[in-house]
Design a protein around this ligand. Structure first.
Ligand code: FES
Length: 142
């Protein structure tokens, strides 16, 4: 899937009934796809925000590969929380180690979209800075 598809989402109208719309802040990149149609990209849980990001070439760090063993995929959920899986004890324990933890904090590799709807998540600045400073994107690419 390409960035071109991310630019084709018409934000002036709500998504169709069966569609999932995900916006990644602060870049404001929005992707949309039919629920259940996204191929699993083998990063994190299927239909996790990391899975969605990887499918569309959106950078969301994931140093442990989506195994709930780091906090680099930390995201803040801004909208759509009711449609996202509950965090289990393992995720909550890991989140306790995350910088800038908020009430809406989740691990992008563990938080799963459970149905059609509109979702907005923000990638914290420290994660974005990691990229802008030119450090390795993931362990697998170093
Ligand atoms: S990528 Fe390591 S916990 Fe999500």
């Amino acid at each position: 899937m390409s960035d071109e598809k991310t630019m084709m989402v018409d934000l002036s109208i709500p998504p169709a009934e069966e569609m999932v719309r995900v916006t990644f802040l602060p870049e404001g990149k929005t992707v949309e796809f039919a629920y259940g149609s996204l191929p699993y990209d083998h990063h994190g849980r299927p239909m996790s925000f990391l899975d969605v990001a990887e499918n569309y070439g959106i950078f969301l760090d994931h140093a442990c590969g989506g195994a709930c063993a780091c906090t680099t995929c930390h995201i803040w959920v801004k909208a759509g929380g009711d449609g996202i899986s509950e965090a289990d004890d393992e995720e909550l324990d890991r989140l306790d180690m995350a910088a800038d933890q908020q009430l809406t904090s989740r691990l992008g590799c563990q938080a799963v979209i459970t149905g059609p709807g509109t979702y907005v998540v923000e990638i914290p600045s420290w994660n974005r800075n990691y990229v802008s400073e030119g450090k390795p994107l993931t362990l697998s690419q170093s």
